[in-house]
Design a protein around this ligand. Structure first.
Ligand code: A3P
Length: 318
């Protein structure tokens, strides 16, 4: 018979209580393995690290929050399910928010719901905000079969702006300058952002077959090119016949910002994930460079300098 597992919060409560903590921008944070995690995620993260059993055809979509998670989830889901829904008008993404199509690992483990993952059919698509260094050894280890990981990053200046608008849905009084300080200090949820980006950058150089590194701005510039890359990486390249039939353009169009923002499902209600944030909070402006409307040139230079300094010696510094 199976012995019921103790809830993670109980089992690892002592570990969590011993970690450095900070209360910032309405969140209780704990410093765990070099990153500031939301307090209520830590115990679940330990369970994720120790007990997650990847399947070789799993794909984990990873991101720093507000860097294009929703878009990446939509693109990957549309790409993976294109055979099941050849008629675009029937696609689940027209009825469901991307966060309701792909499970969010960090919350699933925080809530002790990991049994749900075992029931999912293969190939599984899942997402996480954990840095690469905090992913389970079963995923990243050199000696294990692991699984594929796709990462999306974004100009940190636009990330702060996007994060501020998102957090303001819950804390209307949150000053932009306060959040900006926390980001520059590295003490924000799953921060420091530069260490987060570096963790995936290094992994993508070491194991390009395992980790695909994407940028939000490059996706905006040529979405089709990156959908092809994503499909190939996930082991589902578009065939010449599909190319001829416009399948890539179909995915791009289905997942475009205007299309998704305009859907009834994304205008009302809240997503099951992300603490039931309103679905429309995931579709704000969808552009690069909106930071100019929110920060002074001095602030922009400061954040750029902080990040450039951390990226020194890598190709990311360019
Ligand atoms: P802005 O706030 O700058 O508009 P995440 O999905 O990681 O939470 O990131 C949210 C950001 O991605 C928001 O940025 C949002 O508007 C943008 N976004 C959401 N869906 C998108 C899409 N289909 N295409 C482009 N950008 C999208």
């Amino acid at each position: 018979g199976t012995v019921p597992k103790r809830p993670a919060k109980e089992e690892f409560g002592g570990l969590v209580a011993a970690l450095p903590r900070k209360h910032q921008a309405g969140l209780e944070l704990r410093l765990y393995q070099g990153f500031w995690l939301p307090d209520h995620w830590v115990a679940g993260t330990v369970v994720f690290q120790r007990r997650f059993a990847p399947r070789p055809d799993d794909v984990i979509l990873a991101s720093y929050p507000k860097c294009g998670t929703t878009w990446l989830k939509a693109l990957a889901f549309a790409t993976m399910t294109r055979d099941a829904y050849p008629a675009p008008a029937q696609h689940p993404l027209l009825r469901l928010n991307p966060h309701d199509c792909i499970p969010f690992l960090d919350e699933i483990f925080a809530d002790g719901q990991e049994a749900k993952l075992e029931k999912l059919p293969s190939p599984r698509l899942m997402n996480t905000h954990m840095p690469h260094t905090l992913l389970p050894e079963s995923v990243t280890g050199a000696a294990v079969a692991g699984c594929k990981v796709v990462y999306i990053c974004r100009d940190p200046k636009d990330m702060v702006v996007s994060l501020w608008h998102f957090l303001r849905r819950r804390q209307p009084e949150l000053p932009f300058a306060e959040l900006f300080e926390h980001v520059c200090d590295g003490a924000v949820a799953v921060g420091p952002i530069w260490d987060h980006v570096l963790s995936y950058w290094r992994a993508s150089l070491a194991r390009p077959d395992r980790v695909l590194f994407l940028r939000y701005e490059e996706l905006l510039q040529d979405t089709g090119k990156h959908v092809r890359k994503l499909a190939e990486f996930m082991g589902r390249p578009f065939s010449p016949a599909e190319e001829g039939a416009g399948a890539v353009e179909g995915v791009v169009e289905l997942c475009s910002f205007e299309k998704m923002k305009g859907l009834e499902v994304n205008k009302k209600g809240s997503a099951g994930a992300y603490h039931a944030m309103p679905r429309d909070s995931f579709f704000r402006k969808g552009v690069a460079g909106d930071w100019v409307n929110h920060m002074t040139p001095e602030m922009a230079t400061r954040l750029d300098e902080v990040v450039r300094d951390k990226f020194r010696g890598t190709a990311l510094a360019a």
